[in-house]
Design a protein around this ligand. Sequence first.
Ligand code: ADP
Length: 720
Amino acid sequence: MRVEELKVSEKVKIILKKRGIEELYPPQEEALKSGVLEGENLLVAIPTASGKTLIAEIAMVNTILKEGGKAVYIVPLKALAEEKFQEFKDWEEIGLRVAMATGDYDSRDEWLGKYDIIVATAEKFDSLLRHGSSWIKDVKVLVVDEIHLLGSRDRGATLEVILTHMLGKAQIIGLSATIGNPEELAEWLNAKLVMSEWRPVQLRRGVFNQGLVVWEDGDVERFGSWEDLVYDAVKRGKGALVFVNMRRKAERTALELSKKVRSMLTRGELRKLKELASSLEENPTNEKLAKALQGGVAFHHAGLGREERVLVENNFRAGLIKVVVATPTLAAGINTPAFRVIIRDTWRYSDFGMERIPILEVQQMMGRAGRPKYDERGEAIIVSTTESSGDVIAHYIKGKPEKLFSQLSNESNLRGQVLALIATFGYRTFRDILEFINRTFYAYQRKDVYSIEAKIKEILYFLIENEFVDLTLEDEIVPLPLGMRTAKLYIDPLTAKTFKDFLPYMEKDPSPVGIFHVIALTPDMTPVSYSKRELSKLEEEYYSLRDRIYADDPYLAYDPYYEKKFFRAFKTALILNAWINEVSEADITERFSVEPGDIYRLVETAEWLVYSLREMAKVLGASQDLIDYLERLRVRVKHGVREELIPLMELPMVGRKRARALYNAGFRDLESISKAMPKDLLRIEGIGAKTVEAIFKHLGRDVKILEKPKKNTLDYFLRP
Ligand code: ADP
């Protein structure tokens, strides 16, 4: 179907044409004719990269133009929010306003009211619902991207609850990978179902085993090793994406492959790659990345810093990087197609030992094969060493993906959600809560809610006992201040209880490492792990810091589970403590065998939890001294600085390094900086004209600095 024929405003067509889209893909046509443009709910279950986003975009814009109101587009990851936000900005040209909302769970964000399309993570939107932001009532369309994540253990319940709240209040559009039970999900959502196997680029799938690729159509091809599949793609001027199950393996494999890929590159490519490699900041992870990059190969996993991740994605898309070896994090969402996808591992480690990677995920990885416009077809090959090719084809290629199961009854999710119903959504009786549960996918799927009822009762006992809620004489459940604050802070009630238990110790003797340790023991923080080798060192450190730690001694409990939890939290606390004492990222990664991406994740969560702890301290009547202490600690965590740099952190373009340089040069407060001569600031390492201008502007001084042209440049030659 041609874009021309679409029954939507001409404005929509202008933008589509600008993007070079003249023709709609068949599943897009089917979806847009399903009634979604007339306001009906829709569930689209089609393969990765076959244009789901566009369906949602057209539907959102159509409704906003016709009826006003706003659309919310939910994504599972911050990185995806950023990607979609950039894409949707195209619509600003026809007067729509696009915003992105991630992070900061304790805010009503009324400013979002001015926007028409809001991209948000699921957790952020859930927190906005709890805060009762006034614009929520204007939401006419709710899009849930990757809606199959409703079946994921830790995140699924959030999506389910959001949908239960919004069903009947807004038009729901779910975008899903191919799943085993789409009908069931569609029925629950009261949605039209559009399913298809159609893909913009043909996909050919096969299995590599003992020197042979057996294709799904029965053809057989000989390759010496699986690595030859990679080299073959590069030789043909195309790229390959390799999925492995572990970070270390991704790095090792990338380094290994780069040795040979290097010999296939042109001089120009080698030069550009070298430049790329030398642009990386120094740390052990980047050192490995730089080495692999010089041979045209990169790895991609959660340990990479944010900038490096984007750098790898962009340069792979642009064709400079030929091969990316990734952990499955890349399979979810991020748009990085490649001619050939190789799935090296179909097993991975989990908390319960080795487990088979679900069909759904393997099919999503395979779906990354084939770049529209460049490849006539894409190829996806699973490497198998133990199972016969026939078995792998039957399971992963011809097999039906797993069914989706509600994760609502998962206890840690349920605890927070039940409290939120009472504390922020006004549910007052057990029966009211059950009425809500009866509207969830859980109830729809299970038909009976008996077992979840029992869990909810237990949760209510817990909430009453710990003074989150109270039971009135009329048998009404009413929220108490602790419960209301906990629900809005978006923390697990168990986290709040942990804070409550340890506050008296903090009050007596506040210590950053002790506080970080408590934070890392809560269910809202995933602490880092440690190796057997590291344990004795951790134990030693623990003995020297024992009087600063609040939690019970790990050996008194005689519980190996507690001991492990204790030391993982302890290691996490040491990392955060190093961070706020201005230890460099490179040193932290080295000393604690963690990677930049891990530090970033810990810092982000810790800032939120220290903030929450401070808020809890207020509700629980802690001293003003402790509250102030916690606020200073939050700023230190946010920026990674010692106490004395705090005043400088409000300056724009000033992070921990520049703040330290200013301080060491004698500029220890805002006053001394605002009186400084520009040239004195420019003398400080890492501080240039732009920074000085921004700093002065912030302090109310309007200073323009003429940058002196560098010698041996045209500007220098032409200087006045
Ligand atoms: P999905 O969300 O299904 O994984 P995307 O929506 O990201 O896939 O689409 C993949 C790519 O296809 C995007 O770059 C998008 O711009 C492009 N695309 C979508 N629809 C069309 C179309 N009708 N014609 C040409 N390109 C399209």
